[in-house]
Design a protein around this ligand. Structure first.
Ligand code: CAA
Length: 275
């Protein structure tokens, strides 16, 4: 079938995505100095995501103000996110946004890439992304949490990779971080049973960096954000770059990357005195 994607006007980096686009996406977006907060905001649908949601996230990423160093992703209401809006399977998609049937592989590939772009920018070295998760994080919601650098979860969190149970595969960037965190065998077990992982197990598996009581979630995320912002900004960016490279580099390549990044740091810290 033809690419059903509706072309959105590109967001103006000075103002970010329009209110209309955010409303259609079911998102709120707030910037406070170096901290940006994205709130999934369809609590009456348990923050289920439409194609507009994923494109709204991509749009936020494209226009993120340069001074933002921490991005917090959270959900309004009882759940982080119930994943894809199931209404879209039964023709409830927004106008012009029909569900692709894969018949035109090239167009469908481009369509899905556009949705994935909503998540991939959260790994940029210039920012640290924090998923503040509570309640259900299912399918695309679980994958959104996995797209973030750090997961702070409430003790009522329930992760579930539901896609295979619906006849689909997890396709919004979640399989790589899942395997990197829990390993191939556990990832297979979680995906191919589509079972629910509660907060305690999530912590044991490394799916959460912090597990806190539900009413301490915002406070913990605030404290983490403060700690992240206290670090030298240039060192933070260079260190994230290094850490992201490490899993695919050989030891030799990683040692070279450390030297390269440290030269940049030394130049910035001491270069002016030696010039
Ligand atoms: N899509 C659309 N509507 C949803 C929804 C979803 N994924 N999840 C919940 N809702 C709606 C319900 O239909 C209900 O609407 P009404 O009030 O009109 O009846 C409302 O949100 C509240 O839902 P519940 O009463 O079920 O709320 P709950 O708190 O008791 O349960 C829940 C929450 C466990 C998330 C449950 O709603 C649920 O299981 N939802 C479906 C989850 C699901 O299967 N998601 C698909 C994942 S696969 C995926 O995400 C694919 C991908 O990205 C590629």
């Amino acid at each position: 079938m033809a690419d059903a994607r509706v072309e959105e006007p590109r967001p103006d980096p000075a103002t970010g995505p329009s209110e209309a686009l955010l409303a259609e996406a079911g998102l709120r977006f707030e910037v406070d100095g170096a901290i940006a907060t994205i709130t999934l905001d369809r609590p009456e649908r348990r923050n289920a995501m439409t194609f507009a949601t994923w494109r709204g996230l991509a749009s936020i990423g494209e226009s993120l103000p340069a001074g933002v160093r921490v991005v917090v992703v959270r959900g309004e209401g009882p759940s982080f996110s119930a994943g894809i809006d199931l209404g879209m399977f039964s023709g409830g998609a927004q106008a012009g946004d029909a569900f692709p049937d894969g018949a035109d592989a090239e167009a469908t590939d481009a369509f899905i890439a556009g949705l994935q772009a909503g998540y991939t920018w959260l790994r940029r070295p210039e920012i640290v992304s924090i998923a503040a998760v509570h309640g259900h994080a299912i399918g695309g919601g679980f994958q959104l949490a996995l797209a973030c650098d750090i997961r702070v979860i409430a003790d009522d969190t329930k992760f579930c990779m539901k896609e295979p149970a619906l006849g689909l595969v997890p396709d919004v960037t979640g399989t790589k971080p899942l395997v990197e965190i829990v390993g191939v065998n556990r990832a297979l077990e979680l995906c191919l049973t589509a079972r629910t992982v509660l907060a305690d197990e999530a912590a044991r598996l490394g799916l959460a960096e912090h597990v806190v009581p539900r009413d301490a979630l915002d406070k913990t995320v605030g404290e983490l954000t403060t700690a992240l912002l206290a670090i030298n900004p240039g060192a933070a960016v260079a260190t994230k770059r290094l850490i992201l490279e490490a899993p695919t580099n050989t030891l030799e390549e990683q040692c070279a990357a450390e030297r390269r990044e440290q030269i940049g740091r030394l130049r910035e810290l001491f270069g002016a005195q030696n010039a």
